[in-house]
Design a protein around this ligand. Structure first.
Ligand SMILES: CC(C)(COP(=O)(O)OP(=O)(O)OC[C@H]1O[C@@H](n2cnc3c(N)ncnc32)[C@H](O)[C@@H]1OP(=O)(O)O)[C@@H](O)C(=O)NCCC(=O)NCCS
Length: 200
């Protein structure tokens, strides 16, 4: 199998949704947890690829997308743009549920209604990212290559620093981020934030 990395192409979008779902349970497959298979991608993948396609790179296995890295150069600006260009239609499509049943669909619908959270504690690290590879592409150095590609692009854009958040249960990803140069900057209730300063 031949693995490659290339810039995002609009035809990749459906695969971004699938990859997001199939890696969305602390790195494992979240398919059984969701009634609507698109919800995770609506929040964690698609808006980045659509609003900042120059910061989206796709890993392919024999030409078929099997992973991605995507993000924003400026979290605050991205959050504002999403308010205008991304969330309004989704908020109509997925009305806020008033019942108290906790399930994963509801959790993401709540996030869609909250919007992108801009955390003051992370404001020195304006860019942020998400990275996901299907199991067939993991453990082969593709994550590191995607990360290098993303960071090089941020450096070209003169972005001073980036952050990411990872669920505390995702121990594999936490080890990965530490191996590829991130430092822990903040701990939240269920997640940790990692950051990296870029020498631009
Ligand atoms: C986390 C992820 C992006 C890592 O990508 P990858 O291609 O598997 O990692 P690489 O092969 O590039 O590994 C890079 C380094 O990280 C280390 N690493 C990667 N995954 C690791 C793990 N699970 N445990 C320990 N170390 C790990 C590797 O040993 C390697 O170290 P080295 O280069 O110093 O020897 C990928 O496994 C993945 O997408 N997982 C599922 C989705 C996910 O959890 N995404 C993150 C959500 S926050």
């Amino acid at each position: 199998m031949q693995f490659e990395i290339r810039p995002y192409h609009p035809s990749d979008l459906t695969m971004l949704y699938r990859i997001c779902l199939q890696t969305g349970d602390s790195g494992g497959d979240a398919t059984p947890w969701f009634t609507d298979p698109d919800l995770l991608g609506h929040y964690y993948a698609a808006p980045y690829a659509i609003l900042e396609p120059d910061l989206c790179f796709v890993a392919t296995a024999d030409g078929t997308p099997c992973g991605y890295i995507l993000g924003t150069r400026d979290t605050r600006l991205f959050a504002e743009r999403c308010e205008w260009e991304w969330f309004p239609v989704l908020r109509q499509r997925y009305p806020k549920s008033l019942n108290d049943d906790e399930n994963r669909d509801k959790r993401i619908i709540d996030l869609i209604h909250q919007g992108i959270e801009v955390k003051e504690a992370l404001s020195d690290y304006p860019a942020h990212l998400h990275i996901d590879l299907l199991p067939l592409a993991q453990g082969r150095g593709m994550g590191r290559k995607l990360m290098n590609r993303f960071i090089n692009q941020l450096k070209e854009l003169k972005i001073p620093a980036l952050h990411l958040e990872v669920g505390k249960k995702n121990s594999g990803a936490i080890k990965f981020y530490e191996r590829v140069g991130f430092i822990r900057i903040k701990e939240f209730e269920h997640s940790m934030a990692f950051g990296q300063i870029l020498n631009t």
